[in-house]
Design a protein around this ligand. Structure first.
Ligand SMILES: *Cc1c(COP(=O)(O)O)cnc(C)c1O
Length: 345
């Protein structure tokens, strides 16, 4: 296999869908984009393995539940200009393109991303730069989408260069899955496009250690060797990674690849994704079981993005007992007294 598979017929030819599901899957594919890169297609071992579950469409995507919404985290509430989302004072999202190398079946932007969705026009990008210049409190610009690393190195260099020339922008961040799912795109020209005087941080999205193939690790190494700091984001997904051993292996592998686990997201309320969701209590107990057995470098923050555009909040386990008790729990669940500060009155 040398080309990305983008249709149910293509998946059928590769033996990745069951014939009796094809008509339902055609309906799914007409609603939500499908793309599976060769490296992922090759990594799929069976229908319920963690790669298959993340990228192969399922008839369950036709089931929507009442709490699901087209814009699960309220991006549109804060969309100041096409492709520019300003929710927090010090940072904006800029979405130059709406296509991805692969389409995750749990994507929270599944209603807006896809090969048919249009990229920002030159004038729209210029307007976004003007907005950023006019708001010097914007300290960080986060390129996301769509996957920004799907752009050609020349286009990427143009955008990164434009942001680099805005003196109030002190950090650029790029959210991407490309280094993992289409690692050959991270070539010298792309790395060169990211080497500007403003620090460029790369946030890679990955959910299972099986995604970290040898070529994926090599592409992460190219980015790290170029001096680009790397962090990761993972979505907690039922059946994919809701297991302490699986998360431990993923987070350890990331640190070994010089990637600091940053966020573990609770899955958003995107349409047709209920099969992936699990109770917050489950995520808390998984992370609790990793504390005390896994390096602090490998511990992400468990966050949830509130519906309606109200922002991300940490929802991870906490260890502080009720104030009156003055106790703290250790990683193994035993309670210990911790003295309050001396009374100063
Ligand atoms: C997630 C997000 C950010 C980035 O949040 P961090 O906590 O800094 O990673 C910024 N703006 C919007 C609209 C977001 O959804």
């Amino acid at each position: 296999m040398t080309k990305t598979i983008r249709s149910i017929a293509g998946l059928a030819r590769a033996g990745l869908v069951r014939p009796e599901e094809r008509s339902k899957l055609d309906t799914v594919a007409s609603r939500y984009a499908v793309a599976v890169t060769p490296i992922l297609a090759a990594a799929i071992e069976h229908a319920s393995d963690p790669i298959a579950l993340q990228f192969l469409p399922s008839p369950d995507e036709l089931i929507t539940t009442p709490e699901e919404r087209a814009d699960p985290i309220g991006d549109s509430v804060h969309e100041k200009l096409p492709g520019l989302i300003h929710r927090y004072p010090d940072r904006v999202l800029l979405k130059p393109i709406h296509a991805c190398a692969v389409y995750c079946r749990f994507c929270f932007r599944r209603e807006t991303v896809g090969p048919g969705a249009r990229a920002l026009r030159k004038v729209e990008l210029e307007n976004a730069y003007d907005y950023i210049r006019a708001h010097p409190e914007i300290w960080e610009v986060i390129l996301t989408g769509g996957d920004p690393l799907l752009m050609s190195p020349a286009r990427l260099a143009e955008i990164v260069g434009a942001l680099d020339s805005i003196s109030s922008v002190r950090t650029i961040r790029i959210h991407t899955r490309v280094p993992i799912v289409d690692p050959d795109r991270v070539d010298d020209a792309m790395v060169q496009a990211l080497r500007v005087k403003t620090p460029v941080w790369i946030a890679v999205h990955t959910n299972h250690a099986r995604e970290l193939t040898a070529p994926a690790r090599a592409s992460l190494a190219r980015l790290a060797d170029a001096g680009l700091p790397l962090v990761s984001q993972t979505v907690l997904l039922r059946g994919v990674n809701d297991d302490a051993d699986v998360l431990e292996e993923l987070f350890r592998s990331l640190v070994e690849c010089r990637v600091k686990p940053y966020y573990m997201h609770n899955p958003d309320l995107a349409p047709g994704t209920s099969r992936f969701r699990l109770p917050i209590a489950r995520g808390r107990s998984l992370l609790r079981s990793l504390r005390g057995r896994l390096s602090g470098l490998a511990q992400p923050t468990y966050v949830l993005d509130l519906p309606g555009g109200h922002g991300k909040v940490p929802v991870g386990p906490d260890y502080v007992g009720p104030a009156a008790e003055g106790t703290i729990e250790d990683p193994w669940g035993r309670s210990h007294a911790y003295p309050p500060p001396p009374d100063r009155d």
